[in-house]
Design a protein around this ligand. Structure first.
Ligand code: ATP
Ligand code: MG
Length: 567
């Protein structure tokens, strides 16, 4: 993986490049992103968005946002809004080209009549079960419907009456007349229209018949003069039908469908139906729960649009399915935040340290660089005093070998402050828990550097016990505890793999005072703890709530376990 992949072209770019050279479509490139508004967008959709909008940009074309809103039962205006917000947030602009398949309902209806007229579509009155039985299987050809040879006039009349609401749901469907013995099941007289007496979020009660995906999609593409209709591999077997419809009808143009591999990520699920189930069953706090793979969840978690675009660039576009490690996504955000996030100190599990030789009434302002990667981000003042908090786990009474943090007799660096040496500690007799650590400091090490070249192996973060702000901190782990939670042959379903420890809330963590001013959405690196983002819903200045976006390194847990530590 590397940034050089940006300049490498993928197979779709090669196809388009060729088309332009051959002056196909007059050299134009028009793509579209066609979500069905039945859920929130997820990281898989981001791949498709980056691809479609990215191609348009690269080839000076345009990309439409089209809502594929043909199923009123599952769709909702809330999803329409969230999808637009997410595409915009990712950094893409459809300009004037916001479209809805439902805007084409009248045109699609006329096309259906045209097909009936040319004897290429018929009204079938088998019920759903019988249609399935007549369809056959992969190994057995289907059988013709007894209604297949209705006359054009009869079909016209029935279809008009379907539209007029004369029949109830399921009584009839309009089907394409193709080939019941085709090896491709999609060509065995697929349904084009069904009756659904449901109002639509945009067309209200104007229609009670709704066109099916395979009929709508190709025609919507053609109406919008899309040149390259890019979709995921599961539509490969629908391509012959896509082409059949456009060949049979007199349409403005015939876009080329091209399939690519969908994105799958370890430790997560990408099906909108399953994501909806997590929301509906209250297993997460909503579509934008920071553990969700949705764009809104990632945004709330602290991901940047740049990091998601970078991720999509790096995974590339291929023709065969593969599963990408979740760690690859994490590495993109880590890299981005390393460059842009302000550093700060936060103690999540505080243990008090008393610096015995530090004046009782002194408070010092020390300089702390805001981001060592970017000098332009400047520095800030942090307050140091006689009593400070360090992380509980940074002290051990009886440390194992290679524990370079604090223990009796050991000297460590307090980041940006001083060297301190542990002189003793107090323990709660009953619980055995260390309640307080005592140290002395070396005034000659101000800033955290010794002048005599004396080295220490451990550097700890800390916050003054007299100057801090408290806030809640949420630590996240994968929502699913196994790499592939899609369910398996043992009969387990995806909800069986939900990680019970995917969210840990730390109440009243001790935060560097300046963090009181964090605005919702502000991102920080808490030294040694990872990257955090002030929650865009729950954080308020003065009482911040931080979500951990990602840890500093994913190998941290392993390092801790093996006892090898280099800090
Ligand atoms: P469903 O059809 O089950 O509701 P979907 O995820 O296919 O779910 P759509 O709204 O149809 O949802 O998706 C819009 C576009 O995003 C489609 O072109 C689809 O191919 C693409 N897309 C969806 N999931 C992925 C994925 N995991 N990786 C890449 N592209 C995807
Ligand atoms: Mg779909």
């Amino acid at each position: 993986m590397g940034n050089e992949s940006e300049s490498l072209s993928n197979f779709i770019e090669d196809i388009i490049g060729n088309d332009i050279r051959n002056n196909k479509n007059g050299g134009n490139v028009v793509t579209r992103f066609p979500p069905e508004p039945n859920g929130y967008l997820h990281i898989g959709h981001a791949k498709s968005i980056c691809l479609n909008f990215g191609l348009a940009k690269k080839f000076n074309g345009r990309c439409h946002l089209r809502f594929d809103d043909t199923n009123p039962v599952k769709e909702d205006i809330e999803y329409i809004h969230s999808i637009q917000e997410d595409v915009t947030w990712l950094g893409f602009d459809w300009g004037e080209h916001l479209h809805y398949a439902s805007d084409y309902f009248e045109k699609l209806y006329q096309y259906a009549l045209e097909l009936i007229k040319s004897g290429k579509a018929y009204v079938c009155s088998l019920n759903a079960d019988d249609i399935r039985k007549y369809r056959g299987t992969l190994t057995e050809p289907g059988r013709d419907s007894p209604y297949r040879n209705r006359s054009v006039e009869e079909n016209q009349e029935l279809f008009v009456n379907m539209k007029n609401g004369t029949f109830s749901d399921g009584e009839h469907v309009l089907r394409a007349k193709i080939d019941m013995s085709s090896g491709n099941l999609n060509l065995r007289d697929p349904a084009l229209y069904r009756i659904r007496k449901t109002s639509h979020h945009r067309t209200g009660d104007a229609w009670c018949i709704y066109p099916m995906y395979d009929f709508t999609h190709c025609l919507s593409d053609s109406i919008e003069e899309i040149t390259h209709s890019i979709c995921t591999l599961e539509f490969e077997n629908n391509r012959p039908l896509y082409d059949w419809v456009l060949n049979e009808l007199n349409t403005p143009c015939h876009p080329q469908q091209i399939e690519f591999a969908r994105l799958s990520l370890t430790h997560t699920i990408m099906s909108k139906r399953k994501l909806l189930q997590l929301v509906q069953e209250g297993r997460v706090s909503g579509w934008d729960d920071p553990r969700m793979p949705t764009i809104s969840g990632l945004r709330r978690r602290g991901y940047t649009p740049e990091s998601i675009r970078d991720f999509c660039d790096r995974i590339g576009v291929a023709r065969s399915d593969s599963v990408v490690e979740h760690a690859a996504l994490e590495s993109c955000i880590r890299e981005d935040l390393n460059k842009r996030a302000m550093r700060a100190m936060a103690v999540l599990n505080p243990l008090k340290v008393i610096i015995e030789n530090y004046p009782r009434d002194l408070t010092e302002e020390l300089d702390a660089v805001n981001n060592p990667e970017d000098p332009e981000m400047g520095s800030r003042k942090i307050l140091f005093s006689r009593e400070i908090f360090i992380e509980e786990e940074d002290f051990m009474e009886n440390p194992p070998k290679k524990f370079f943090r604090l223990f009796p007799g050991q000297e460590v660096r307090l980041k940006h402050a001083y060297y301190v040496t542990c002189t003793g500690f107090r323990k709660d007799e009953k619980t055995g828990k260390v309640t307080e650590v005592h140290c002395t400091y070396d005034p000659a090490t101000k800033g955290g550097w010794s002048q005599d070249g004396r080295k220490v192996k451990g550097t700890l973060h800390w916050v003054s016990a007299s100057h801090f702000t408290s806030g809640d901190v949420r630590l996240y782990d994968h929502l699913f505890s196994v790499p592939n939670p899609e369910g398996d042959s043992s009969g387990k379903v995806f909800t069986d793999f939900i990680n019970p420890d995917s969210l840990m809330v730390i109440k009243d963590a001790v935060l560097e005072k300046g963090l009181a001013g964090a605005a919702p959405g502000d991102r920080y690196q808490f030294e040694r703890q990872g990257y955090f983002c002030a929650d865009i819903k729950d954080s308020v200045p003065g009482k911040p709530v931080f979500n951990r976006t990602v840890q500093l390194r994913d190998s941290w847990a392993k390092i801790m376990k093996s006892g090898k530590e280099n800090e």
